[in-house]
Design a protein around this ligand. Structure first.
Ligand code: UDP
Ligand code: MG
Length: 323
């Protein structure tokens, strides 16, 4: 992966806020986004940087980002992927480059209003590790909202942190959380869920959501399915467990059926042709097979978890002579 950082003409002081924005073919939104971000962040009276990560755009996005960097060399940085690696990889790259104490992510398509950033940061400063936005009036189709409902439910169960809106990328994180995320080298991941693994105190505040006015959503049905599947398999072995349960259920069904046929044979006599007995036996074996598959899956899942090498724990503080 070669990514290029536009040089900052004057080394600027370490920023307090880093805003990280993944960009994939957003030429129609970037100048308005740049303006609104600059206006909002300048008003906050804190040193800030905005890091745009161009995720392999094929339109004029990169030219526009270079333009923004030339206009505001102190505050706007841009990285460029040489092909499309996906939204979450782009955010990872932005996190690696970010220098702030507080990190904010948002989408480039203006669906997340940049004007909400001060509220997120203020909430974070109340002592939270992560502050998520939840889209009170979400302006998306039912087709987009339904998978989100499912994800919110599963992720709340799996990570043990109940959030209303895992999909909202308008979020703020403390540096410590991002440092932990930076130690995760997995090729497919989902940042809000990952952040929760490393956050002790998580808050959620309602934020605005606008319709996408220009450009198209980058998530077609297939990409959405893949993202959600990544999420399920990346954070839990639930799918494998379900297969295992299914195997046990089928085997038991076959067993009971066989038992039923056996008893029936004693009282009523053999059934014609023995077809049902065959079915019963088949069921038992299909069930055992499925269970075996799930067991293998479980081990592969564990290997996968090891291979990902996520940090297994994060030490927040140490007291005593070593600290
Ligand atoms: N995005 C990206 N790489 C991708 C897909 C999307 O960087 O492969 C960016 C996109 O430019 C936008 C954000 O991720 O800033 C969210 O994408 P989009 O608005 O298309 O998603 P939706 O709002 O439909 O969920
Ligand atoms: Mg969008």
């Amino acid at each position: 992966m070669s990514n290029q950082v536009l040089p900052l003409s004057v080394p600027s002081p370490a920023p307090y806020i880093s805003v990280v924005i993944p960009v994939f073919n957003e030429e129609d939104n970037l100048s308005e986004l740049g303006d609104r971000l600059m206006r909002t962040l300048s008003a906050m009276d804190r040193a800030f940087e905005i890091i745009f990560v161009d995720d392999g755009s094929t339109d004029r996005s990169w030219q526009l980002l270079s333009g923004l960097n030339r206009q505001h060399p102190q505050n706007i940085r841009a990285l460029q992927f040489h092909r499309n690696f996906g939204q979450h990889q782009a955010i990872f790259a932005g996190f690696q480059a970010a220098r702030g104490q507080v990190m904010v992510t948002l989408d480039a398509d203006l669906q997340n209003p940049p004007e909400e950033i001060p509220r997120l940061v203020a909430k974070l400063e109340e002592g939270y590790d992560t502050v998520g936005g939840w889209r009170e009036n979400r302006r998306d189709s039912v087709f987009r909202k339904f998978p989100s409902m499912l994800v919110n439910y599963v992720m709340s169960r799996v990570t043990g942190v109940k959030l209303r809106d895992y999909g909202c990328m308008l979020r703020a994180y403390r540096r410590e959380v991002i440092d932990s995320i930076n130690q995760c080298h997995e090729s497919s991941s989902f940042i809000p869920a990952l952040a929760n693994l490393f956050s002790q105190k998580v808050a959620e505040i309602p934020v605005g959501h606008a319709e996408r006015e220009r450009g198209q959503s980058k998530y077609g049905l297939f990409k959405l399915l893949r993202l959600n599947f990544d999420l399920m398999t990346g954070f839990s072995n639930l799918p494998i467990h379900l297969v295992g349960f299914m195997g046990v259920a089928i085997a038991l069904l076959g067993l009971f059926f066989g038992l039923f046929l056996f008893i029936r044979r004693i009282f009523v006599g053999p059934e014609v042709g023995g077809l049902f007995t065959l079915f019963a036996i088949l069921f038992v074996f299909v069930g055992l097979n499925t269970l075996g598959l799930a067991l293998i899956g479980e081990y592969v899942g564990r290997i996968y978890r090891e291979v990902r090498q996520r940090p297994r724990y994060v030490i927040r503080q140490t007291l005593g002579p070593d600290s």
